[in-house]
Design a binder for this molecule. Sequence first.
Ligand code: SAH
Length: 346
Amino acid sequence: MKDLKSFTLDELKEEMESLGEKPFRAKQLYEWMHKKQAVYYDEMTNIPKKLTEKCASHYTYTVLTPVRVQESKADGTRKYLFELPDGNMVESVLMRYKHGNSVCISSQVGCRMGCKFCASTLDGLERNLIPSEMLDQIYAIIRHTGERVSNVVVMGSGEPMDNYDNLLKFITLLTDENGLNISQRNVTVSTCGIVPKMRELADAQLQITLAISLHAATNEKRRQLMPIADRYSLYELMESCIYYFERTGRRITFEYSLVRDVNDTDEDAMHLTELLDGLNCHVNLIPVNPIKERDYVQSERRAVEAFKNKLEKNGINVTIRREMGRDIDGACGQLRRRYMERSTVS
Ligand code: SAH
């Protein structure tokens, strides 16, 4: 069955027509789902029961159930664990900034990219999320908090470029004026660097921000941390970043998680400076969030500052990512893992 909440408004109009319904019903349904974030049909008071019953028999309607909400005492960050109807779990994070609320969503259940420091990938990929399941994470948080969301980052579990078609549909729906109407400029998609998909995204010419998980500035070192580096060299990756900038005019963000004595030395900073030379970009330094399955250790505060200074001296834009939600299993995939471990034990 097709999924009702994953249709664009135009597609929904066609569907209504094929069911012998008037096109204005499509707009009504669409607004219930995407403007008012209706959890289910019973909320749609101006839709005849006959039609909602028809929809229920023709389409799936995705529902996320919050099974756990953790709030950080330090910064108000909230981490949500949701259950999907098939029993799978996904996690999302709400971050509250002065300039507005930002939601970090997952794009897949699990992940098959295999980055060494990441908890999401330890059990591999379970399945892709469909567009509505990505939207639902945001909708559920809006419903739960009663607060607006102004920014969305696709930086939770999963590799968005490994679920490209669903991702693009999700962005279309998220930024649609008949739905949440979030500006493309307030959407960030993070990738470990699947080069052909990055080029495809560049050609789509959206105004979203592309973030690249770099984490190392030589091929050799990157291969130790990220299997994707065996498929695409840094040269190919950087070429596709330049292409993205040329096609969209959007400055690339590079994420660099600092791991003590692995990628945080003066020499690493020098390699990074050389790699990014002349590129219009921004670097986000993130002290690695240790996961218990691996023995990666955070860089010392001093090393982080020194790394930052070195880049800045060379004219590179750099910020140290504020660690939010550290006390609530903030790192990708940690909450889901912990919850599932507990469930298998009990
Ligand atoms: N698959 C996408 C998006 C999900 S990960 C990507 O690779 O970009 C979001 C970011 O968190 C990535 O930069 C990822 O490398 C980083 N990350 C994952 N686990 C981490 C950890 N334990 N500590 C610090 N950063 C981590």
